[in-house]
Write a protein that binds this ligand. Structure first.
Ligand SMILES: Cc1ncc(COP(=O)(O)O)c(C=O)c1O
Length: 392
């Protein structure tokens, strides 16, 4: 049986990580992998997470199964963090293994409810989106997103393409900090997208993987909250991997907003999907998040550290934009300071990306996406000088 399997294409980012690891140069710079790193190159365990883990070790008396949907306290805390007050009567939800698990369950829910519904994704998007949609055999469509000339959002292209959405289609939107481009809709543009999709009768699927990494915890949820208020049905797939720094704990949530009288049926279907795919969701990360969000002192410390992380990335953006101005004697990389989140797509050619890797030991994804957090004050000028050399 297994001899009939074909090799799977290698994941480009994982291949890049291996290439970086095997590079003997000591001054190499890794801007590929999508995890936050501090100035020393570490991905630290956040203080509040450490404190919660210590307390959990002391108070935990059992590791028996949670509920199929996860612990109600986790789900309630996450609905509050993402949506604020006023949605609990419409919000069915399940804890999932990371944001990826939430996206997978959201897509399966869409397929169960409406097998012919198309899933619209931005071009480009996080490569796992189209990959899972294809794996599930769902109809897919793309909408333009990135303007290669300005490195901002191609808003006219986006609106023109989304005009083709049919009633009942699902439209996947990055709630904030678009991956891979770093270019984001303004609030005014969000309003226009919402109005268009309302007219079309679309069902938004919001991927919120970086809340707190862009403009702040509430600001990054603003678009998601608007979407939640504007549509009768919304799916929100959120991840705690980045903003709580608990990547390997696999902590996420799928929220399905519906009408109060449909909530129980939708909840039952979410529970069913969890049961089919992995039964009970992982609990350790979810419990830490709950402990942090339910304890005012831990919440305050977590927010303070998350804000340091955000400010660090903003400051690196500014430093890089300034250095690139100097090194290229032009303002064409100023967009780096306007982008938000962990990533920016620089708009370099694949050839230039290869030259940066081979000649300068600077590793970025083939589409010229860099992880801003992979930089520090020392490496910013090195990157700027190298970019000026290959693309100046
Ligand atoms: C846009 C986007 N969505 C979802 C995820 C899922 O994250 P995880 O499954 O690690 O929680 C990621 C992670 O890189 C992402 O970039």
């Amino acid at each position: 049986m297994l001899e009939s399997l074909n090799p799977q294409p290698q994941d480009k980012i994982l291949a890049l990580i291996a290439m970086f690891r095997d590079d003997p140069r000591t001054d190499k710079i890794d801007l590929g992998v999508g995890v936050y790193k501090d100035a020393t190159g570490l991905t630290p365990v956040m203080r509040a997470v450490k404190a919660a883990e210590k307390k959990l070790w002391e108070v935990e008396t059992t590791k028996t199964y949670t509920g199929l949907a996860g612990e109600p306290a986790y789900n309630a805390a996450m609905v509050g963090l993402i949506l604020g007050e006023g949605f609990s009567d419409r919000a069915a939800s399940v804890a999932t293994p990371g944001g990826t698990g939430a996206i997978r369950q959201a897509l399966e829910l869409i397929r169960m409810a409406a097998p012919k519904a198309k899933v619209w994704m931005s071009n480009p998007t996080w490569p796992n989106h189209p990959s899972i949609v294809k794996y599930l055999g769902m109809p897919a469509a793309e909408y333009r997103y990135f303007d290669a000339a300005t490195r901002g959002v191609d808003f006219a292209g986006l609106m023109a393409d989304l005009d083709g959405v049919a009633a009942g289609d699902a439209v996947l939107l990055h709630g904030c900090c678009h991956n891979p481009t770093g270019a984001n809709l303004s609030q005014d543009q969000w309003d226009q997208v919402i109005a268009l999709l309302q007219r079309k009768g679309a069902v938004p699927l919001v991927d919120l993987a970086y809340q707190g990494f862009g403009d702040g915890l509430d600001a990054d949820a603003e678009a998601t909250r608007k979407v939640a208020a504007a549509f009768p049905e919304v799916l929100i797939a959120a991840s705690c991997s980045k903003n709580f720094g608990i990547y390997r704990e696999r902590t996420g949530i799928l929220i399905a907003l519906t009408s109060p009288d449909r909530k129980a049926v939708v909840q039952g279907n979410l529970n069913f999907l969890n049961r089919q795919n992995y039964s009970f969701p992982p609990d350790h990360g979810a419990r830490l998040v709950t402990m942090i969000l339910e304890d005012p002192a831990l919440t305050a410390d977590w927010k303070a550290e998350l804000e340091e992380v955000r400010q660090n990335m903003l400051s690196l953006r500014k430093q890089l934009a300034d250095e690139l101005r100097r090194a290229t004697n032009s303002d064409r990389f100023d967009f780096v300071a306007d982008h938000r989140g962990m990533f920016s797509r620089l708009g370099l050619t694949e050839e230039q990306v290869v030259t940066l890797r081979e000649k300068h030991g600077i590793y970025m994804v083939g589409d010229s996406r860099i992880n801003i957090a992979g930089l520090n004050a020392g490496t910013v000028p090195v990157l700027a000088a190298a970019i000026a050399q290959v693309a100046g």
